[in-house]
Design a protein around this ligand. Sequence first.
Ligand SMILES: [Zn+2]
Length: 182
Amino acid sequence: MNKLVKRVFLGTLLILLLIPGSALAYMGTGSWPTRTIPYKISSDVPSSHVTPINTAASNWQAKSILRVPMDNTNYKIIAYVYSYGTTGWDGQAFINPGWNGVFTSGNIQLNQTYTNNYSSGQINVLASHELGHEFSLDHVNVNTNLMYTSATGAYANNPSLANGPDQSNIDRIYNRYAVKPY
Ligand SMILES: [Zn+2]
């Protein structure tokens, strides 16, 4: 009997460990070493995209504990916008040295092949989503969340905080960054 209880308990514990939980809402175990993460916009980004990207950064700064200043000298993240072709993605995020490390630099890429047809609000959601990855957030399966698998899918479902990060995004940022220095 005792043995059976023990096995059931261990079995339950194992299943709990295997259930995708909040840990999987992060790209990996890594994050930036500080809460200040300056960015710059590549000089060849079209003006139609500059404002929504800047708004995305300022939304993150306004609504989370991160500081996301534009800084053309001491930037950590670069935003690129090019016509990458019909690749199947409208935005991507890259980080160095990798999602499990201490982040040193990163970039987001918006694919103008698609975004040329987007409204400024849609570009803002897309840029906010890719920045969310830069800040270590992975996808969630709630289609009204900024970090929904498809940023434009989320846009179609009206993300909760006026195209910016919503509370669950902010909570996860807080969990990751609260004890880090600025
Ligand atoms: Zn994504």
